[in-house]
Design a protein around this ligand. Sequence first.
Ligand SMILES: [Zn+2]
Length: 149
Amino acid sequence: MFEWFGKVNFCPHTKVDGFAAHLRAGRLMGSTCTACGHLSFPPRADCPVCRHGEFEFTELSGKGTVMTYTTIAAAPAGFEDEVPFDLGVVDLAETGRLLASFGETIKAAEIAIDMPVQVVPRLCEESAEIKVHYTLEKPGTTWVKNDSE
Ligand SMILES: [Zn+2]
């Protein structure tokens, strides 16, 4: 299911490939080690604390704060029509960090370090190749299926 993230599929199957299916259903998941209870994001197939190989998916709130951000002016391949756009690194409320672009609810001039944000799953299902990603939105933004992208 990692092919949903894009055309290049470096890892067709892992123990954590359910992450993409959960994201498609609107759930941002971490992994909880069944031996020691350590919560990881992104989900880890093997516990970084005790190295146990079994885990359960745990839904995260998607709430976080902006740790840092930048504006992308030189587009990477496939994003030529998007520049300039803003990317943020977010510390999640429960654990871990993620990188994502800012969505429509946050204007570039509003972006600031330590601002609260909501991570919102997005879908692009216009082709047989289903893509899932997430954007950073104002707190309170609900998880919505977005077919318009
Ligand atoms: Zn563990």
